[in-house]
Design a protein around this ligand. Sequence first.
Ligand code: C5P
Length: 219
Amino acid sequence: MQIAIDGPAGSGKSTIAKIVANRLGFIYCDTGAMYRTATVMALRLGLKLDDEAAIMAHLKPLAITFKPTPEGQQVFMDGEEVTLAIREPETTNNVSQVAALPAVRAEMVQRQRDIAATHDIVMDGRDIGTTVLPDAEVKIFMVASVKARAQRRHEENVAKGIMTSVATLEQEIATRDHKDATRAVSPLQKAPDAIEIDSTNMTIAQEVDEILQLVATKI
Ligand code: C5P
């Protein structure tokens, strides 16, 4: 079974996707972490972020792997742990540019489909229901107000020791939403058959229950 969870930055997708995957015994795939890892690679190598050929030359052989942990997952780039590096503001503020490159998207979509081919999966991102897994049995599109999303990101960052102001985060989230929703290839978009969940005033438990109820109707 495939469960696709899409939505804008900070809508709570990954928190919910991890819990749902755990409850169902499915694997979880955080596609944003894959684009973030590609961005860390490009920044470290000093590549121009619009130089698709150079980025692809280094991305093709790059191993991006995940290891589940009780709190979530660790992310590795060619064996080096980058779990924290991919959440740094510099990565966050540049990832949409890298993710807009058509060849990068084609590579990531292929890798994501390969992972989904052999497992029951919960996958979260921006284009899972529309492009990566168009036949997913359950498609969710999660939304929340920019204010609520900035507040959540702030709390996550504080917990990780990353200091940012809520006002700055609001601005950054709005900018990233705009870039993700207006890019030419696979923009952030609700699939016609996705169920929209507005999490602004919902608890995590309520969101998880709503999704598990939807899943139950498909089993
Ligand atoms: O989900 P997260 O905020 O970690 O995603 C980081 C960025 O990766 C997004 O802002 C978007 O630019 C890109 N992304 C994407 N397609 C996906 C997942 C993430 O373009 N499926």
